[in-house]
Design a protein around this ligand. Structure first.
Ligand code: 13P
Ligand code: SF4
Length: 375
């Protein structure tokens, strides 16, 4: 079920009240590593891809299908990847999913080899859960600003300084950060896990996404200390421009991924993981949707509800930079050619040191067990 923001929360939170009402502690924690200068621009990533015509594309697809089957390999793709990869995963018995389902699928599928079309933490999660399988990624440079912004050398001492708190980390983190955590969560289940822990009287140390943390704190009322990371794609959605767009489409429902800023989240009719947002398009009794998340998700939304109208939430407005323009540059690094290369050469294997993996397995498996018991 998508988390629908409570009307009372929507109505009672404007920016000033919001600062007053949120009970979680804001810290100035963030990674000391300077990674911001090397963030790729999505349009440049797209432009750097070799141009291939339809016939060449079809040949590539046929070759990949053949090699996948010869190698007993399966393709697992995130909703933010190029629709052509999503189609290929669907057509070859793989899966197109959110982070939670990607993890679950990779673990349960009998393939010897998993090709993860997504970002680094997704490949690492597959390795953490299935050490006996070979995990390959089309491009190992495909990472995530949340992962980069939560370096283990900063995060581990931060946890050590707060021994009274249960450490809950979002799956968009490195294996070392997961190894230090008590729980790993994804956006689809984070609020349920935190609610469960809060009911047991636990205080939470949350990392790395401050926006998701703020949202969860608001819906659960839990005591949360927040790491100050953010997703640079969702950070680009701006409330003022969204408000103007909504005025032009008053009947449209607003769907928001909770990695967006709280000023955007509070305008939403539905807040949820990628799968939950796709389900909202499919099941909600509305014709038009404004969608605040990576626009490659439109492929699955359109498949789920071909007659409905989807509008991209604006990345313009005050303070906007549009480096990503509603499409994650790291997700854009996944290509057909990249998939064929790793299958043929066996390179770009994802590895996780066994001492780290064993610890990260505990916190990640806890998520899968909780999801199985609470779905
Ligand atoms: P989901 O788990 O909702 O697919 O989110 C993953 C992600 O990276 C969103 O930016
Ligand atoms: Fe990370 Fe944001 Fe890209 Fe998702 S969209 S992988 S959170 S940078």
């Amino acid at each position: 079920m998508p988390y629908k923001i409570l009307d009372s929360v929507v109505n009672s939170l404007d920016n000033e009240k919001y600062n007053f009402q949120i009970k979680c502690s804001m810290t100035n924690t963030q990674s000391t590593l300077n990674w911001e200068d090397s963030v790729p621009v999505t349009q440049e990533v797209e432009k750097s891809k070799p141009h291939i015509n339809e016939q060449e594309q079809e040949q590539l697809i046929q070759r990949i299908k053949q090699v996948l089957s010869e190698q007993n390999a399966v393709l697992v793709a995130h909703y933010y990847t190029d629709p052509i990869l999503q189609r290929l995963a669907d057509e070859t018995g793989g899966c197109v999913a959110d982070s939670l389902e990607m993890a679950r699928f990779g673990k349960e599928n009998p393939a010897d080899k998993i090709i993860v079309a997504g970002v680094r933490f997704m490949g690492e999660t597959a390795k953490i859960l299935s050490p006996e399988k070979t995990i390959l990624m089309p491009d190992l440079n495909a990472t995530c600003s949340l992962d980069l912004g939560c370096a283990p050398e900063d995060f581990i001492p931060f946890c050590d300084a707060h021994p009274d708190r249960t450490v809950v980390v979002y799956s968009n983190t490195s294996a070392k950060v997961k190894a230090r955590a008590d729980w790993v969560v994804t956006s689809g289940i984070a609020a349920k896990v935190v609610e469960h822990l809060s009911r047991q009287g636990k205080k939470i140390l949350w990392a790395p996404d401050r926006h998701l943390g703020t949202y969860i704190q608001t819906v659960t009322g839990a005591d949360m200390l927040l790491w100050q990371g953010s997703c640079i794609v969702h950070d680009e959605f701006k409330a003022d421009a969204l408000m103007a767009l909504k005025q032009k489409h008053p009947d449209a429902k607003i769907l928001v991924h909770p990695e967006s800023a709280y000023t955007v989240v509070e305008m939403a009719d539905v807040v949820g993981s990628t799968t939950q947002l796709i389900n909202a398009v499919k099941f909600m009794d509305a014709q038009t949707f404004i969608v605040a998340t990576d626009n490659r998700i439109f492929y699955k939304m359109q498949q789920a509800a071909p007659d409905k109208t989807l509008i991209e939430a604006p990345t313009g407005g005050a303070g906007a930079s549009c480096t990503m323009c509603a499409h994650c540059s790291w997700m854009a690094m996944n290509t057909l050619q990249g998939i064929l290369n790793v299958l043929e050469k066996g390179n770009n294997e994802v590895t996780v040191a066994e001492s780290v993996r064993v610890k990260a397995y505990e916190s990640t498996q806890r998520l899968l067990d909780f999801a199985a018991a609470n779905s």
